[in-house]
Design a protein around this ligand. Structure first.
Ligand SMILES: *[C@@H]1O[C@H](CO)[C@@H](O)[C@H](O)[C@H]1NC(C)=O
Ligand SMILES: *[C@@H]1O[C@H](CO)[C@@H](O)[C@H](O)[C@H]1NC(C)=O
Ligand SMILES: *[C@@H]1O[C@H](CO)[C@@H](O)[C@H](O)[C@H]1NC(C)=O
Ligand SMILES: *[C@@H]1O[C@H](CO)[C@@H](O)[C@H](O)[C@H]1NC(C)=O
Ligand SMILES: *[C@@H]1O[C@H](CO)[C@@H](O)[C@H](O)[C@H]1NC(C)=O
Ligand SMILES: *[C@@H]1O[C@H](CO)[C@@H](O)[C@H](O)[C@H]1NC(C)=O
Ligand SMILES: *[C@@H]1O[C@H](CO)[C@@H](O)[C@H](O)[C@H]1NC(C)=O
Length: 482
């Protein structure tokens, strides 16, 4: 009785743990206040040019002049100039982002119509606005298709100074009606400005909705960056959790592994801190392997002929006459595994070495096949490439263990197994170190990385945003193109 209760309790706890970890993100992004400040500075140029193109709704109303009621209508309202002294943005805990636009001068043009019992008139007018203050709160959520989605939570606009110049028509009437009209216009315009911003935010939401979060990296691998939950906002940070699991575009199979929870603080002084889980690395490894990746040439016709490997292979070739060409391939027999620990990435690699003698008339003879298990540790870092737009992964490697077994029993190769093992261990280590020292170029330009460190279970990267690049993506709606 006690035992069965205990078992079901354990089961419950285990399934709860499974449920939690299923929701852990493959990549966690923490944005700092700094990105809000820099983003606001960047948006200043951008926001305005977008607002300028928008036609505004008509403004209609009635004013009383003495005994007479007059109707007015402002049609074809256009924002021709929008200058302001400040645009600031901040996080709103639990909700999203707040934008405050202050000051400046704004010029609108419009056609007008006046009609009353005594007279009707029409013409063109110019409105100058001063002392504008607009406060918009934008909510950020995850939508049904696991993409980020934004909406207007609230908008308040306040316009203190309005100057109206009417051109055409009968001027003494304008002098009489200017004051009450300005009062009316001011009230209407506060509404107008907010409706304009609501429209703009809706349009941005559509752009976000059109974004592809399934990004094809090349013909053999893609990554799914869908959000795993709603973004979380606090006073200091915004936190975005994305799945970051890789898939094969060939058969659309996603390798979704369950990441462990990542816990880290965003670093002040950089715009964002990103945690990349061990599970994401392993997901990429599995997809890359199933697509035929992880095949290396250890030795071929172009290799140095005075190396130890060359001498060894020449010796093994003797039964096949005087061939001087050999080819040795190393291919992974299963996806390499990645284990991330503090300042240390441990890679487990199981593979097959195939050594061939290349004979005339495109014939080849097997010199030997060998199974190998390699475990090595690497110190790696990702920084900005110093001459290409993108990132550069570099590092160095140390060997933890190396096993090699020649398959062909009673062969010359089997007799020389120890020698083969020593020579290829050296070759493989040299190849890996050479490659890592040269660096692996990753053409990813959204971030400029400042530091990267390996933590237990994840890689942590501090970076700054490349706004130009982001804007290109948002305006084209396709991240894989830029
Ligand atoms: C405003 O008045 C004009 C002129 O009478 C009319 O054409 C227009 O439809 C009106 N607009 C609104 C929003 O009522
Ligand atoms: C407003 O800004 C524009 C550039 O966007 C500039 O050409 C114009 O002179 C400015 N107007 C005022 C009144 O500052
Ligand atoms: C309104 O601003 C424009 C420039 O933006 C200026 O040419 C015009 O004279 C101003 N009108 C008033 C009434 O201030
Ligand atoms: C409106 O225009 C008048 C004269 O052009 C000017 O003296 C006044 O400062 C302007 N006021 C605003 C709020 O632009
Ligand atoms: C296709 O998917 C299966 C798993 O369902 C995988 O084993 C196989 O290697 C994949 N093939 C390619 C080319 O990705
Ligand atoms: C890295 O981790 C592996 C596995 O735990 C360990 O064998 C190796 O000694 C570590 N290397 C360094 C440099 O800490
Ligand atoms: C990557 O870093 C290495 C080592 O600093 C350097 O030699 C290499 O040129 C870099 N590659 C790129 C693409 O920046």
């Amino acid at each position: 009785m006690v035992m069965s209760w205990f078992c079901s309790a354990v089961l419950l706890i285990l399934s709860a743990l499974c449920l939690c970890s299923a929701e852990n993100p493959g990549v966690k992004v923490k944005l700092t206040k700094m990105i809000m400040d820099k983003g606001a500075a960047y948006a200043k140029q951008n926001l305005i040019s977008q607002l300028k193109d928008k036609p505004l709704p008509d403004v209609n109303g009635t004013i009383t002049m003495g005994e007479e009621n007059m109707n007015y209508a402002f049609l074809n309202i256009r924002l021709v100039d929008f200058n302001y002294t400040s645009l600031s943005s901040s996080f709103v805990p639990g909700t999203g982002i707040k934008l405050v636009i202050k000051g400046g001068t704004t010029t609108l043009t419009s056609d007008f119509e006046l009609y009353g019992w005594l007279l009707t008139d029409n013409g063109f007018c110019m409105l100058n606005l001063t002392e504008i203050c607009i406060t918009v709160i934008i909510g950020v959520q995850r939508d049904k298709s696991n993409k980020p989605s934004i909406h207007t939570v609230s908008c308040e606009a306040d316009i203190l100074g309005v100057n109206l110049t009417m051109i055409g028509g009968v001027s003494y009437i304008y002098d009489a009606i200017r004051k009450p009209m300005i009062k009316m216009i001011r009230n209407d315009l506060n509404q107008q400005v907010c409706s304009m911003l609501r429209g703009q935010i809706q349009q941005w939401d559509q752009t976000l909705n059109d974004l592809k979060l399934n990004i094809l990296l090349d013909n053999s691998i893609g990554v799914d960056l869908s959000l795993v939950n709603d973004p979380v906002f606090t006073e200091q940070n915004a936190e975005i959790d994305s799945e970051c699991m890789f898939y094969s575009p060939v058969n659309e199979t996603k390798v979704a592994l369950t990441p462990a929870a990542m816990s880290f603080d965003a670093q002040k002084g950089s715009m964002l801190t990103v945690g990349l889980s061990e599970a994401s690395f392993n997901s990429a490894s599995q997809v890359y392997h199933s697509g035929g990746g992880f095949i290396f040439r250890l030795f071929d016709a172009h290799s140095k002929s005075n190396s130890k490997a060359a001498a060894l292979l020449a010796g093994l070739c003797q039964p096949f006459g005087k061939t001087k060409k050999q080819l040795v391939l190393l291919s992974a027999s299963k996806a390499p595994t990645f284990l991330l620990q503090t300042n240390n990435v441990t890679v487990g690699f199981s593979g097959i070495i195939n050594a061939h003698a290349l004979l005339p008339r495109a014939q080849r003879e097997t010199l030997f096949t060998a199974r190998t298990d390699i475990c090595f540790s690497a110190q790696v870092s990702i920084l900005d490439s110093n001459f290409l737009p993108g990132l550069n992964l570099t590092g160095s490697i140390s060997l933890n263990s190396f096993n090699l077994h020649v398959e062909q029993e009673q062969s010359e190769a089997k007799k020389r197994e120890a020698e083969i093992k020593a020579i290829f261990m050296e070759e493989i280590l040299r190849m890996l170190n050479d490659n890592l020292q040269t660096g692996l170029y990753i053409p990813f330009r959204f971030f400029k990385i400042t530091t990267s460190t390996i933590k237990k279970g994840f890689m942590m990267v501090n970076a700054n945003m490349n706004f130009e690049c982001l804007e290109n993506v948002l305006s084209s709606g396709n991240p894989s193109k830029s």
